[in-house]
Design a protein around this ligand. Sequence first.
Ligand SMILES: C[S@@+](CC[C@H](N)C(=O)[O-])C[C@H]1O[C@@H](n2cnc3c(N)ncnc32)[C@H](O)[C@@H]1O
Length: 249
Amino acid sequence: MSRYAYIPELYDVRFQSPETNRQSDEYFSATIEGERKHFNIHDYATLYEIPWLYDVALYHALVCRTPTEMSDAIARVWSSDNVDPADFRVLELGAGSGVFGHELRHTLTVGHLEAIDICPEARMAAERDRPGLYDKYYVDDLTNLRPETSEAFRDVKFNVVSVASATGWGNHIPVEGFQKGFELLSSEGWFIFHVKPNDPDPECIELCEWIDELIASGRLKQHYRGSHFHRQSSNGSDIFYDVIIGQKT
Ligand SMILES: C[S@@+](CC[C@H](N)C(=O)[O-])C[C@H]1O[C@@H](n2cnc3c(N)ncnc32)[C@H](O)[C@@H]1O
């Protein structure tokens, strides 16, 4: 049985098949309360307002598998490193409705889990569809944190900072946001990231260069890098990302 079976199969989601490989140019329709409506896959505020809609579109219709691919890769690294996940204080960047948080909490069984997302509707969706998942969920912009958020984050001393499916494409977290996430991580803490190599999107290129530089300069000790299925595109092709798991030196 799919590990996403807990997401209810609602709305009869149907994707259009555009002549584009840009992940931000994908559209679908869905029946919401008897009416057929149209959505852009990257219009997060609108999608998160409707219970489970983002999750149904991504994890059922486009068969996104990044949360489970990443959590299985993390589990392999952590088990060979003999760590106890109960000791981890995790900050999840761009957490959205909480599907990767579900894996961190229930598959990897981390002890403490906080989230940040720029979009107020993201926290609303996580609290509505996955109540109690996060110990705290901040609505803030990682590139320009409010002083009170910065202070709260510094107090926690995160020893894991992780992100899934929130890189590239103009409306995801830019490199300055990931730089901030890396700064918030304690020394020897785990940085868990994924990038899309060989894509012409300028933000994807910038992020690949940034993570490569972190590793080359010795600031991140890479424990694992591997190519993993991300999801299907609405035009039928398969999309792969590189998952990177490392420790801040
Ligand atoms: C594709 S969603 C991914 C959600 C979730 N991680 C998942 O795997 O389903 C990307 C998320 O990044 C958030 N985001 C974009 N820019 C951000 C920023 N500057 N600071 C914090 N979150 C941001 C968006 O609001 C959105 O919820």
